[in-house]
Design a protein around this ligand. Structure first.
Ligand code: NAP
Length: 581
């Protein structure tokens, strides 16, 4: 039976949060297909597709597989224990689940590969857990789950959401956030201004962000635009005299500052591509990280902050500075109350850490010992007002940022930064806007499915609102917050909604896909037919493993401990497969 397209069923219904957001209320379009009689169809396998192969996508595949397996095992047990009576009416009509993970790039892992800071390899180790998911393919005969990977498949371009919705019983959107939270101040378009998303993707070797190299190179080494002076110094490991300003007080801002300050010597043992190290040189002399509120309201966490304070001790030649008076300015009555709350404990530790750092900053200023060459300074209670240029007609580029001193106003937990009318200019050759990521809709989503204010897919516990077979997980479900581990609970919640959906109307699913496991038009086989008909060169899991192996080839590495030298373009990755690497 033909399945209605996503667009048709989205548009044919008026949107009501009240009923369309209720999990498990999917109605059939052909009511004649529904029977209240016990299921008499033969068992078949469930088919699910996950769009996106970052942490939330992999965790969903993992927990969905185990939930279905548990459901089948429980069902079998019930059938065995009541073997005297007929059990066909109570048994689950599915014999296992096949999950396909689709990824836009040939390589999987999303933000683990292209977002996690390269000097945090222990975080990247989670890739090993994810790699075991497609590997855990049990025999179909035993009702196990299979997980397959299709890299280099761009949903929206190579295959539409409505096609996926028709091919699979369940579609899970796990495509993350691919744009930036807006900062609306003048000067954002000046050369030398980047978003953190651009900068982070570039230093992690993302194929679509290679263009950032020229912008950073100019900012650090060729500020006059005459190709003179320091351009070659980057390759020689010199320290750039440039000043960088990072706007925002989240962990991404701290990552950007640390990478800029560490430079080649600090990053040579990581998977930062060699071409990126050639641009960073031995780091940037001065990096200022600026928050619009106080340190108690900072979005950073203590582990990441402590890392900055220890750079000097650990031999990176970078001192950390923070001003005592700015810490004090943020200590309003409401901030003190925020510290007293149970949730304030980590903030108390941040307060203590920063006060200690502020005292060290003052001592350093007094002594005559040799100061570190590079500095990261944390500035607080400064709101960006505009970014101004160097007024050079031949080479217009960023020169400084104007900030307004703010003060905190409001209830504990809700304090806002309010301008005081005092302004400060901070010099900047490079400005990185690190004010958060934002999600975008996929082709085929209408305004009822996507909340453009929050940048998330409208959902109820992971079930996309409306009459559809769509689910959502990760940042595009809950907004861009949390660490990799946050995706575990998030994925479990979405999987619970999927199981509810399947359990509440298995007859409907069978009726909508009344076909056998051998049907070439459904699931993986239907997808492959569609991709091949459209000449899409998808990358399988085994092919990804070849790319992975090639990136780790010793001949590519700059030293014995570098984990990998990434391919920097999709063409290079695909060429590697053609030559079987
Ligand atoms: P984030 O944690 O949401 O921080 C955004 C920062 O931008 C906040 O300090 C916010 O200040 C500021 N901001 C927002 N709008 C602004 C504006 N108009 N002007 C000035 N400042 C503005 O975002 P993120 O740093 O991109 O991190 C995203 C998520 O990834 C977070 O959950 C983070 O913890 C996580 N992450 C974790 C790690 C790690 O565990 N090592 C590393 C990287 C990222 P206000 O608070 O005043 O709005």
């Amino acid at each position: 039976m033909a399945r209605p397209s996503l667009r048709s069923f989205v548009e044919s219904r008026s949107y009501s949060t009240h009923d369309s957001c209720t999990v498990g209320k999917r109605r059939l379009h052909n009511s004649a297909a529904v029977t209240d009689s016990p299921i008499t169809h033969g068992r078949r396998r469930l088919r699910a597709v996950v769009v996106g192969s970052g942490p939330s996508g992999f965790y969903t595949a993992k927990y969905l597989t185990s939930s279905v397996n548990k459901r089948i095992a429980a069902d079998r047990e019930t059938a065995t224990s009541s073997s005297s009576s007929s059990t066909s009416s109570s048994s689950w009509p599915f014999s296992g689940i096949d999950i396909d993970i689709l990824e836009r790039l040939p390589t999987p892992y999303g933000l683990v590969r292209y977002g996690v800071a390269p000097d945090h390899p222990e975080v990247k180790n989670v890739e090993n857990d994810f790699a075991a998911v497609p590997g855990n393919t049990h025999s179909r005969a035993h009702g196990g789950g299979t997980v397959s990977y299709f890299g280099n498949v761009d949903v929206g371009r190579h295959v539409s959401l409505s096609t996926l919705s028709a091919l699979y019983d369940v579609v899970v959107l796990a495509y993350g956030c691919q744009s930036d939270r807006g900062l609306t101040i003048p000067g954002l378009d000046l050369r030398g201004v980047l978003t953190a998303r651009q900068f982070v993707n570039w230093y992690n070797g993302h194929p679509e962000f290679g263009y950032v190299a020229d912008i950073v190179r100019e900012a650090l080494w060729d500020r006059d635009g005459n190709n003179a002076g320091d351009v070659d110094d980057a390759d020689n490991g010199a320290i750039s005299k440039a000043k960088a300003v990072v706007i925002g007080n989240g962990n991404v801002a701290l990552d950007c500052a640390r990478i800029l300050a560490k430079g080649r010597r600090g990053l040579k043992d990581t998977d930062v591509p060699s071409s990126v190290l050639d641009v960073l040189g031995d780091g940037v002399e001065k990096v200022v990280v600026v928050g619009r509120r106080g340190h108690v309201q900072g979005a950073f966490t203590i582990k990441e902050l402590r890392e900055l304070t220890k750079l000097q001790k650990e031999g990176y030649d970078v001192s950390f500075r923070v001003r005592q008076e700015e810490l004090d300015m943020g200590m309003t009555e409401a901030s003190l109350q925020e510290l007293q709350l149970a949730s304030g404990r980590p903030k108390m530790r941040i307060d203590a850490l920063l006060r200690e750092a502020a005292a060290t900053t003052e001592e350093e200023g007094e002594g005559d010992h040799e100061a570190p060459t590079k500095t990261i300074e944390l500035r607080l209670l400064m709101n960006p007002i505009r970014i101004e240029s160097n007024n050079n007609r031949n080479n217009p580029r960023v020169h400084h940022v104007i900030f307004e001193r703010t003060q905190l106003q409001g209830e504990p937990g809700k304090q806002l930064s309010v301008g005081t009318g005092q302004y400060e200019k901070i010099s900047a050759d490079l400005v990185i806007l690190s004010v958060g990521y934002k999600g975008s809709p996929l082709e085929g989503m209408n305004e009822n499915m996507f909340d453009s204010q929050r940048g998330i897919v409208v959902n109820n516990q992971g079930k996309v609102c409306g009459d559809n077979n769509l689910f959502v997980v990760g940042w595009i479900k809950r907004s861009p917050t949390g660490i990799i581990g946050s995706n575990i609970m998030d994925a479990k919640e979405t999987v619970a909604s999927i199981m509810k959906y399947i359990d509440s109307n298995p007859q409907n699913l069978l009726a909508l896909h009344e076909d056998s496991d051998d049907d070439l038009s459904k699931g993986s086989r239907g997808l492959i037919r569609h991709l091949e008909a459209n000449n899409v060169k998808y990358v399988t899991w085994d092919q990804f493993l070849q790319i992975d192996q090639a990136e780790r080839d010793r001949d590519r590495l700059r030293n014995d401990v570098q984990p990998r030298e990434k391919f920097l373009s999709v063409d290079e990755m695909l060429a590697c497969l053609q030559s079987t690497c």
